[in-house]
Design a protein around this ligand. Structure first.
Ligand SMILES: [Zn+2]
Length: 364
């Protein structure tokens, strides 16, 4: 298994074309038509499932922000809501019964910055409170310190101030001054790690592979994803290394997530702090550069390298890349040189098809 295409609904011609271009797996809805087409053209069919979709639109399934509001993020509810959890287990179990090669979990995390300031500062619902206390955390301290950090951001200041972000040791000191924030980040990580383990057993017990889409290593801590724990539970790790997505507020790409965080910091003109905090080397002078210029290829290679170092060697590292990248060949080469064993393209459209035809063929 090497190179994959992320697909929406595809026709027989599409599947044939994807196969002929050298892709050996496809990721899609996992419905019967998709699976049949993949098998017909020798593509390994993977289903992609969102994880924390609520069973209905009822507000009670949604996360609660630090200000007490119910907040939806990425079509998701609270990762600690028992009904949300049961619904995910049911869907993953049913999908694993089908003739797929494997299942990619998506949205297996807490809310990211691009879902909004209030959605990001979640979850403080009753289920999360109960779980936090069971885990031995001081929930009130967690709320107090997260509220302090939220107010700081709400007042237009950076998540980590400029004078601190350039020093990793000062950044550590800053977070240690807010131990409730450390607890909150650990809590998110613990809940997500445990659920990855649970879904892994469900999927693998049906002899299916289990893969996951994860935020870039430099953002993963913020959403509760921990690359270092997935080694025993997943077969394929796919960091979402989208470096130049042009759509403001797009969820998951490195450039748009960071752009949103710098927009929160209205009182700080420079985006330096966000670049420093994430350890990137991209030349981002203005906030708008995140969308105009994007993140440089070298940073994407570095993120691949970090992922490779963090994830157990037995896991295949296959980053997923944003298709509309004028330097896609170079991006792929650098990502492969940094330790990836293949790539995926997000996603398949008629435009992507033309683009790949002219820009990518010799690489696949
Ligand atoms: Zn909750």
């Amino acid at each position: 298994m090497k190179n994959g295409m992320f697909c929406g609904k595809i026709s027989s011609d599409d599947a044939k074309w994807i196969s002929e271009k050298g892709f050996d797996f496809a990721v899609g809805s996992g419905d019967e038509d998709f699976i049949t087409l993949c098998h017909r053209y020798h593509l390994k069919p993977w289903a992609c499932l969102g994880t924390f979709h609520p069973p209905s639109k009822d507000e009670k399934y949604l996360c609660v922000s630090i200000t007490g509001e119910r907040k939806e993020w990425f079509y998701s509810g609270c990762p600690n809501n028992p009904d949300v959890i049961d619904y995910a287990i049911e869907r993953y179990g049913k999908q694993a019964e089908k003739d797929v090669y494997g299942i990619f979990c998506d949205g297996i995390r807490f809310a990211s910055p691009a879902s909004g300031l209030e959605a990001f500062f979640t979850c403080f619902c009753n289920h999360c409170e109960k779980r936090a206390i069971e885990l031995g955390l001081d929930f009130q301290r967690m709320k107090n310190h997260v509220s302090t950090l939220y107010q700081h951001c709400k007042n237009g200041l950076p998540f980590v101030d400029r004078c601190i972000s350039k020093s990793p040791s000062l950044t550590l000191l800053y977070f240690l001054s807010l131990p409730g924030v450390c607890d909150w980040l650990w809590f998110r990580k613990k809940i997500i790690s445990d659920f990855i383990e649970k879904l892994s057993h469900i999927v693998r017990s049906k002899n299916k592979k289990f893969g996951g889409y994860f935020f870039s290593p430099c953002l993963s801590t913020l959403v509760g994803q921990d690359y270092s724990m997935v080694g025993n539970f997943i077969d394929v790790c796919s960091p979402m290394l989208y470096r130049n997505t042009p759509d403001k507020g797009s969820i998951a790409p490195l450039n748009t997530e960071l752009e949103v965080m710098t927009e929160w910091a209205k009182k700080e003109k420079s985006p330096d702090w966000a670049v420093q905090f994430t350890g990137l080397s991209s030349e981002i002078k203005k906030k708008s550069d995140f969308l105009k210029k994007g993140i440089c290829i070298e940073d994407i290679a570095e993120e691949t390298f970090f992922a490779r170092k963090l994830v157990d060697k037995k896991v295949k590292l296959i980053p997923i890349l944003w298709w509309k990248d004028k330097s896609i060949r170079k991006t792929i080469k650098k990502v492969m040189d940094a330790g990836a064993c293949g790539i995926q393209i997000f996603w398949y459209t008629e435009e992507t098809k033309k683009f790949i035809h002219t820009s990518l063929t010799e690489f696949l």
